[in-house]
Design a protein around this ligand. Structure first.
Ligand code: ADP
Length: 675
């Protein structure tokens, strides 16, 4: 390559021709410098190594593009091994350098420079050999990095042979299991396995021998101290260069923290669920016993208390005891003959001062055991060491009572328990307030019902007597005016009678005493009679009828059904003051008879339609029209009790249509099927 302009290399004594030829073809990089360090020769292998062809006789020390120490720091020229040899006149054995080639790649080299002396002993130059160790070096770096990774890992990384004998042990393994490398290498891995789990190792080794990896297997292993550690392990087969399985590598992760946080999370979710269910059930409940029992049960469970109880507050000056109301975790009989908590310094903070008391060991509390006669807990009382007391405070600030919890071991109740119970106690207090209000309203309403029942009953007797006298009088011969007044009085007495009868019926329904006399009858016939009487008595409206053209048999209380139909027809007339016609229809639809009463009156809004059947409901538009708001309530009760339905279609300002749907009697059904 440097054939023509190739300079003389050293003197004839420096490098003979054959020797030079030998170097030329050598796979090892060789080059020469003269005594000044100028490059005088290099072979093909050197050019390949450097990645460039340097200029002979012009460049110094070395043909490399850039030279560094192995750690990557730039190497000053005077530090280049050849320069040092020239300076010292002695050989340099195998210094390591890193070079960078013009294409950007870098290589690790071992340099062997050797001084060349003339016969007279004068230093003539240097011969240097370069050995490329890049591959070995990279391999080494890789191994070192891997080893550093293994060493610095927090997971235990352990290798073992197919007999389960430990071959390597990292820092993570030492941290997790407590043994040092010296203590375990050469010993069986079963050292870490609890006795009852020893069979796991056989299964693991069996799988490894078959080349199967075990992934994230959660189990228990043992620390040097004997403590058990939950771990997740992954075991993979290790193969030699020939591909034979020779052992296993095992990565074990301590999952204590994970399991703990998982358990804490599960507990938190469970608590939330209980809180929700308790909250929902107590807010839906209006019965005091039910609310307090649920609250006591749920909070006893949530706090992990051995027992929990709700005591009513009956704070007075006479130092009474608090009254046990609900109990959870223990049979109530235990308390039957036992003294209850009293107004002592221990309980007063909760029941009087609205304070939470949470004590890890109540027997060591300053106020415990001070009061005669028991000086502590009465005989036969549960052992209470951990103690928690939470006041249940009403909206007006009064302490309704206290939730008390006990456990025979110390330090069982935490701030978290306290918060949970406080939360539930607050919800319970609201429900108890509501329940008290509800009880008050209920008793007021019961009183009202009692009054209505009594008053209507009392009114009924004189009314019947008045009507009797009026009827007797009206049969006597009287002048026209007197007769007119008598008729009008009788009409008003009838109206009054209907109102009183409605009130009485309502009371009967409320007390479950409305009785029915069932009979089988033709409703078409009945309707015809009602319409006839109506047409005769109503002066303002005519009744237009459209009746089914055959008898329609139903089974029911004739009188009550007549009352229901009359209610609808009276309403149709009452609430269509500007019209002069109402419509009554009777038809059979499937297995039912439908009675429709339609008017062209004031109609109803959607909201009014929704409230129509509640007792005493009257729409605003009915001012000036007499009524108690009971007719439709009674009608619906009657129809419901006959297994029927009442439906309403109405448009505000246009009119309404009420439909009574009643089941046909069985014999009627048979008949209709025969047809
Ligand atoms: P009352 O007629 O004694 O007020 P009801 O129970 O029969 O009691 O009716 C309740 C309310 O329903 C009435 O006050 C009225 O506002 C409304 N209502 C009933 N029937 C009709 C109707 N046909 N058209 C419009 N509103 C009606």
């Amino acid at each position: 390559m440097q054939s023509n302009d190739e300079p003389e290399i050293g003197g004839p004594g420096v490098l003979g021709v054959e020797f030079r030829q030998l170097l030329e073809d050598s796979p090892v990089a060789n080059y020469l410098c003269d005594a000044e360090g100028k490059l005088t020769y290099f072979n093909k292998a050197a050019v390949k190594l450097w990645g460039r062809t340097p200029s002979l006789g012009k460049e110094y020390w070395c043909g490399s593009w850039k030279i560094f120490y192995p750690d990557g720091k730039p190497m000053p020229l005077e530090e280049i091994p050849i320069a040092k040899v020239l300076k010292k006149g002695s050989r340099e054995e195998g210094s390591e350098i890193r070079i960078e080639c013009p294409d950007g790649s870098s290589k690790f080299l071992l340099v062997f420079p050797k001084p060349i002396f003339a016969k007279d002993g004068r230093l003539e130059g240097v011969h240097s050999t370069l050995v490329d160790i890049t591959d070995q070096k990279r391999d080494h770096i890789k191994k070192e990095t891997l080893s550093a990774i293994v060493q610095s890992s927090d997971d235990a990384i352990v290798s073992k042979n197919l007999q389960g004998i430990i071959a390597s042990w990292n820092r993570g393994a030492q941290e997790i299991f407590g043994y040092t490398e010296e203590e375990v290498v050469g010993r069986s891995i079963t050292l870490l396995i609890p006795e009852e789990r020893l069979s796991e190792e056989d299964v693991i080794l069996d799988k490894i021998k078959r080349g199967i990896k075990i992934d994230h297997f959660e189990t228990i292993r043992r620390h040097k101290s004997g403590r058990e550690i939950p771990v997740s392990i992954t075991v993979s087969p290790v193969k030699d260069s020939a591909g034979n399985i020779v052992g296993a590598s095992k990565v074990a992760r301590d999952i204590t923290a994970r399991l703990e946080s998982q358990a804490a999370m599960e507990k938190y979710i469970r608590n939330l669920e209980t809180l929700n269910t308790v909250g929902k059930s107590i807010s839906e409940n209006l019965d005091v016993q039910g609310i307090l029992q649920r609250v006591t049960d749920a909070t006893t469970k949530l706090t992990g208390a051995a027992f929990g109880a709700f005591f009513y507050n009956n704070l007075d000056d006479r130092g009474n005891t608090f009254q046990l109301f609900t109990l959870s975790g223990a049979p109530r009989e235990i308390f039957d003959h036992m003294a209850m908590p009293r107004h002592t310094d221990l309980f007063l903070p909760t029941f009087r001062d609205r304070k939470v008391v949470r004590v890890d060991d109540i027997t060591k509390h300053k106020d415990f055991g001070k009061n005669a006669p028991y000086k502590g807990m009465p005989k036969g009382h549960f052992s209470v060491v951990s103690y928690l007391a939470i006041p249940v405070i009403s909206k007006n600030g009064n302490v309704i009572g206290g939730l008390l919890y006990g456990h025979p071991e110390a330090g069982k109740f935490t701030a978290e328990h306290e918060l949970l119970v406080l939360n539930i106690a607050a919800q319970a207090a609201v429900s108890l307030d509501n329940s008290r209000l509800f009880e008050q309203v209920k008793s007021l309403s019961e009183k009202k019902d009692e009054f209505i029942a009594l008053a209507s009953h009392e009114l009924k007797t004189p009314l019947t007597t008045i009507k009797g006298y009026l009827q007797v009088l009206s049969k006597k011969k009287a002048d026209k005016i007197s007769q007119l007044f008598l008729d009008k009085s009788l009409c008003q007495v009838d109206k009054l009678n209907t109102l009183v009868e409605d009130l009485l019926n309502m009371s009967r329904i409320e007390s479950g005493q409305l009785n029915f006399n069932l009979e089988v009858f033709d409703i078409r016939e009945m309707l015809k009679e009602i319409i006839e009487t109506f047409s005769y008595s109503s002066q303002s409206h005519r009744v237009t009828e459209k009746l089914w053209n055959d008898s329609v048999i139903i089974e029911g209380d004739r009188q009550r059904i007549e009352q229901a139909i009359l209610n609808l027809m009276t309403n149709a007339i009452k609430y269509s003051p500007k019209a002069d016609e109402i419509f009554v229809e009777l038809e059979v639809v499937g297995e039912n008879v439908v009675v429709k009463v339609r008017d062209m009156g004031i109609g109803l809004t959607g909201e009014q339609r929704r409230q129509l059947f509640t007792r005493f409901y009257r729409a605003e538009e009915t001012q000036g029209i007499s009524g108690l708001g009971l007719g439709l309530y009674l009608t619906k009760q009657i129809i419901d009790r006959h297994g029927g339905k009442i439906e309403v279609n109405s448009e505000y300002g246009k009119g309404s249509e009420f439909s009574l749907i009643l089941p046909l009697a069985v014999q009627n059904l048979k008949k209709s099927k025969c047809i």
